[in-house]
Design a protein around this ligand. Structure first.
Ligand code: AMP
Ligand code: ZN
Length: 465
């Protein structure tokens, strides 16, 4: 398996620390809002990576965090508590905000067939772990206290610039906007490990610590959660490219200073999803969610296909035109496949093996999923493959691609149709009463029954998927 490693800036043959086992950490969502489809693109790439590793025989142990503290998404001590702001926005409490958007995140990833990581851990559940690491960093001279806050001293970690490939001056330009505002740091690139003396007047969450009541810095959660569940040696760490600096850079500095040895061998990053105005981001407030795509009548798996059609490291520009093209491709694929009747023939071994080899070669080559979609069409067209061979191959490919290419047998009987019609009627009523949340729940219920609905001027359009 070959992967592009941001650390070495080259494609490398992947080797795990322990034979047959991959320890993989993936940065999770900040739960003060819905995940946008850019975030989902990164989670889809990570899912493909995990499934590819499994397909080629590794046992993958994967961990993800949930950032449920408002301060943990910014280095500066000047912004606002995003959870608190969201609680005000949605007229509810901080813990309800975290619970609500965590559940929405699970729904989103489920809708695009992303397998949940083995362990998902909330930032707020690991405060003692952060304190343990910060204490040692202070004892060993990697951190210092200034203005009652604890900072990491980047000058103590010589490889600080390795991951980003930027030098000190270049990083300062990037850091200046927010980081240099804090005059209590020794170097502008130093970052907070624990804040007790915050510029925030209103903080949603605070904890006791040896340095006083406060809250952890942004980066410590991922280092601590990863080490807690995966130990001192990590094989793969993923995220979007925006995480390279400062987040992953700082994770490496604090983890390796704490451990006294190299921490993670492979840093794999996905390109961004952009819209015509640039990078899609949660903080600028305008973004597309999976829900907004479903509301427009798209099957979420069309979005998965759109992502798989381009290489994960390239930026992808979202447009509805591209979505419609992916929709056509998806429908073509699924329709053609649904016409194959399994004649229960013995498979064409040699040819099947060659298509499996092609598939493996592509995904093992830095996850070239786009090629595998082309092969799927080749398989459908290949007259030398009998029906059972075609279906076998499609099932194999779908173990990684997870596009639900072979529809489970669905019997649309009278009972099911009746149930669907009643649910649609109920939803219409709820919408009339402006009970939109309940109406949305029914839409999700219908989706689970295999029915997609679209609101049109003429009424509700029902589509069996
Ligand atoms: P967040 O919830 O904003 O902390 O981001 C969760 C994950 O999504 C991280 O791995 C980010 O690097 C990634 N991400 C953020 N914005 C985008 C984007 N526009 N396209 C792709 N991935 C993104
Ligand atoms: Zn992280």
């Amino acid at each position: 398996m070959k992967l592009y490693n941001t650390l070495t800036k080259q494609i490398e043959v992947f080797e795990s620390n322990e034979p047959g086992i991959v320890k993989m950490y993936t940065c999770g969502p900040t739960v003060y809002h819905y995940a946008h489809i850019g975030n989902i693109r990164t989670y889809i790439f990570e899912d493909i990576l995990e499934k590819t590793l499994k397909y080629i025989g590794f046992d993958v142990k994967r961990v993800m965090n949930i950032t449920d503290v408002g301060h943990l998404s910014d280095d500066s001590d000047t912004g606002e508590d995003k959870m608190l702001k969201a609680a005000k926005r949605d007229n509810t409490s901080v813990s309800e905000i975290a619970d609500f958007y965590t559940k929405e995140f699970y729904k989103d990833i489920d809708s695009v067939n992303i397998k949940k990581p083995n362990i998902i851990s909330k930032a707020t559940d690991n405060i003692p772990e952060y304190i343990k690491i910060i204490k040692k960093l202070l004892d060993d001279g990697y951190a210092y206290i200034s203005n009652n806050n604890v900072y990491f001293d980047v000058s103590k970690y010589p490889d600080y610039y390795k991951l980003s490939g930027l030098n000190k001056e270049e990083l300062l330009v990037g850091a200046r906007d927010d980081v240099s505002l804090d005059e209590h740091k020794h170097n502008p690139a130093d970052f907070g490990l624990w804040f007790t003396n915050s510029k925030f007047d209103h903080q949603a969450l605070k904890w006791d610590s040896p340095w006083g009541e406060g809250y952890p810095g942004w980066h410590i959660e991922c280092s601590a959660i990863s080490m807690k569940f995966l130990g001192e040696y990590l094989d793969i760490h993923c995220g979007g490219v925006d995480n390279i600096f400062p987040h992953h850079t700082n994770e490496i500095a604090q983890s390796e200073s704490y451990l006294g040895h190299k921490w993670c061998n492979y840093w794999i990053h996905s390109g961004h999803l952009n819209d015509k105005n640039g990078k899609m981001s949660k903080s600028n407030g305008e973004f597309l969610t999976m829900k907004s795509l479903i509301d427009k009548g798209y099957n979420p798996l069309v979005y998965r296909l759109l992502c798989l059609q381009s290489h994960y490291r390239n930026n992808l520009v979202f447009s509805y035109e591209a979505m419609d093209n992916a929709k056509n491709t998806y429908e073509k694929l699924v329709n053609k496949i649904s016409q194959i009747e399994d004649e229960k023939l013995s498979i064409n071994k040699e040819l099947v093996d060659s298509y499996i080899t092609k598939f493996k070669d592509s995904i093992e080559n830095d996850l070239n999923t786009a090629n595998t979609i082309t092969y799927l069409f080749d398989i459908l067209k290949d007259d030398n493959l009998n029906s059972s061979s075609k279906l076998y191959l499609i099932k194999e490919y779908d173990k990684v691609l997870s596009l639900d290419l072979i529809k489970k047998e669905k019997k649309i009987d009278n009972e099911l149709e009746d149930k669907v019609n009643k649910l649609v009627e109920k939803r219409n009523l709820l919408k009339k009463e402006k009970k939109y949340e309940e109406a949305d729940k029914i839409r999700e219920e219908l989706l689970k029954l295999g029915v997609q609905i679209k609101d049109t001027r003429e009424g509700v359009e029902i589509k069996w998927i």
